[in-house]
Design a protein around this ligand. Structure first.
Ligand code: CTP
Length: 139
């Protein structure tokens, strides 16, 4: 059994979210999704999510391709979560490729070396939660 783990906010759930989750699932058997807490989203994106954590969780866990959902409380705990859920592969959007983050200023490849494999998948073009919020605000 191969465990795949991925992370995100998944606010105003859109087709880019569905595409990455469906593609992530094809890499293994169990797809485990860490969903940012409301507090984490505020610190990450400087805004309160439109949908609460409970609403975002309910939507993501209802998907056929998702086996388990948990709350991501801190960006600093990726290694802890990958170990806890026995992840074989971490899937991230390709906007994270080569990007350094966290207190150790490491890429995910560096951070997770010896813990699990890291695979970056291409983002779906022309859609994001931020863009949707902007479009809706203009209307
Ligand atoms: N994602 C994707 N394609 C998009 C948008 C998001 O593949 N067009 C992926 C991200 O790479 C991430 C996951 O979906 O792996 C959750 O991303 P999230 O940050 O919640 O969504 P965004 O739409 O990117 O949100 P925002 O605009 O607030 O940054």
């Amino acid at each position: 059994m191969k465990n795949i783990i991925t992370f995100g906010t998944f606010d105003l759930f859109h087709v880019g979210h569905l595409n990455i989750l469906e593609r992530a699932k094809t890499y293994g058997d169990n797809l485990i999704v860490g969903i940012s807490s409301d507090k984490l989203n505020i610190s990450k994106k400087q805004r309160q999510p439109i949908y609460s954590f409970q609403e975002r969780k309910k939507i993501v866990e209802s998907l056929k391709c998702v086996n388990k959902v948990f709350c991501e409380e801190s960006l600093e705990d990726k290694v802890k979560y990958c170990k806890e859920f026995k992840a074989d592969i971490l899937i991230m959007g390709d906007d994270w490729k080569g990007k350094r983050s966290g207190k150790d200023n490491k890429t995910f490849d560096e951070l997770l070396s010896g813990v699990c494999k890291v695979i970056y998948l291409e983002r779906t073009p022309s859609i994001s939660t931020t863009e949707l919020i902007e479009k809706i605000s203009i209307i």
